[in-house]
Write a protein that binds this ligand. Sequence first.
Ligand code: BEZ
Length: 200
Amino acid sequence: MKLYFSPASPYARKVRVSALELGLAERIELLPVTLSPVSPNAQLREHNPLGKIPVLLTDSGEALYDSPVICEYLDALAGGGRLWPAAGPARWRALRRQALADGITDAAVLVRYEQTVRPEALRWSEWIEGQRLKIRTALAELERESLEGPFDIGAISIACALGYLDLRFAEERWREHQPRLAGWLAALAQRPSLASSTPA
Ligand code: BEZ
């Protein structure tokens, strides 16, 4: 298999962490790509018309995207039900947490693009504040939840969203407002899948 990714992408990190957790990382060749919303990558668009990473090329040559689809595919390849609870409340909790965490990531990436890609004269501070509010409200919800339990796709998504905030939004100092969440992430930090995929 081949994975189009970039080291800073929190979505691609979810896939890399999942592959490591499932013992599949050795079967995946990592293909780094550089892209932004205004400099698309033609080769990538041949595999994903949306031009976004991550994209997984399976051994049969099929292109899979986006990160939830790829992570579920890898889980199925490893026998199923390992990172994606098969049924019942645990499944819905994991999927909701993935949605919440990916929502944090989506808002953070939009702010990042607004602040680094959009010409300064066109930037819209109220819109940026709206995205930041989503991030803060979602973090407050995670702080209220008990995250103890298996390192499933919900937990992986949360860890990758927080890692992206640490990479691009250190000034948010989210740990000051979410000490329980900070403790949860610190307890996981030495996990090889997370430690080896931390963006520099
Ligand atoms: C970033 O460099 O912040 C980034 C890279 C890939 C996807 C999203 C964000």
